[in-house]
Design a protein around this ligand. Structure first.
Ligand code: SF4
Length: 264
């Protein structure tokens, strides 16, 4: 993997997620290269070959937050903070250290067990929460859509260790792939280790978008009977498939007293 330098991107960016003003991506591009990833639509490099890191990242991050009141910063919006290059470059660990020393906290999302390396820093920021994302129950299917990312087993083990260390945890079941993702079975798997479970549907911007092209090609090769259905469901926010699933999950939520956030 080639790791180039990026000089022009802002370090601290506005964040549209609830309760967050800002987000930071320590890497530009993501080696996990999930084929459905929305960030692929704006990729600057071929993620199978090259990602970028910010030049003078820590100095610029420190400057960028110097005028802010301590607050929660989101990490993991457009790239995984614990993709393989983090073992070498430690951009994420260095950023967490800056946040911890200045009284900030983070909400961080990853697919990698490497996140447990930094439990010491999360513990210094008690308002922080750390999550993993999952979308498939079968390893074989997962491999089709996100073959460069760590296994579910590794992610769930990480959740378990984080929770055991007293860190607030969450799981993001995302994207729910119609007729493929078994949301209920994933909820059962992660519920013991997750303080909160978010559920987001597969949602595509346009048929020209890179992530749709990838998903369509995987469907054509492996689930040809689903391609046409996806063309309807993935581009409609209120398709009956989503309404029925939402209803079912709301029933499970009230029956089992689960802390679900159903964004379907
Ligand atoms: S790990 Fe996240 S950011 Fe990276 S490719 Fe997968 S979905 Fe995109």
């Amino acid at each position: 993997m080639k790791v180039g330098k990026c000089f022009h991107r802002k370090i601290l960016n506005p964040c549209s997620l609830e309760a967050h003003n800002y987000q930071v991506d320590p890497y530009i591009g993501c080696e996990h290269f999930c084929r459905y990833c929305y960030a692929l639509n704006k990729a600057e490099t071929d993620w199978e070959k090259e990602i970028l890191i910010h030049e003078n990242f820590i100095k610029r991050l420190t400057e960028a937050i110097s005028s802010l009141d301590p607050q929660d910063i989101y990490m993991g919006m457009n790239s995984d903070p614990y993709q393989p290059s983090e073992r070498t470059f430690k951009q994420t660990r260095k950023a967490l250290d800056v946040f911890a020393k200045r009284g900030f906290s983070v909400s961080l999302l990853t697919k990698s067990g490497l996140v447990t390396r930094d439990i010491d820093l999360f513990a210094k920021m008690p308002k922080s929460s750390v999550g993993v994302s999952l979308a498939f129950q079968k390893e074989q299917t997962r491999h089709l859509f996100e073959k460069n990312a760590p296994s579910n087993k590794e992610r769930i083990e990480a959740l378990k260790r984080l929770k055991g260390a007293g860190i607030k945890t969450y799981t993001l079941i995302c994207p729910v792939m119609p007729f493929v993702t078994n949301v209920e079975s994933l909820i059962e798997l992660v519920a013991p280790y997750s303080d909160k479970i978010w559920i987001y549907k597969l949602e595509m911007e346009s048929t020209e978008a890179q992530n749709w092209q990838n998903v369509e090609s995987i469907l054509n090769q492996n689930f040809p009977e689903l391609t046409e259905k996806y063309r309807k469901i993935a581009f409609s926010g209120d398709y009956p498939y989503w309404r029925r699933l939402r209803q079912r999950l709301e029933e499970i939520q009230s029956k089992k007293y689960l802390n679900l956030r159903i964004e379907l």
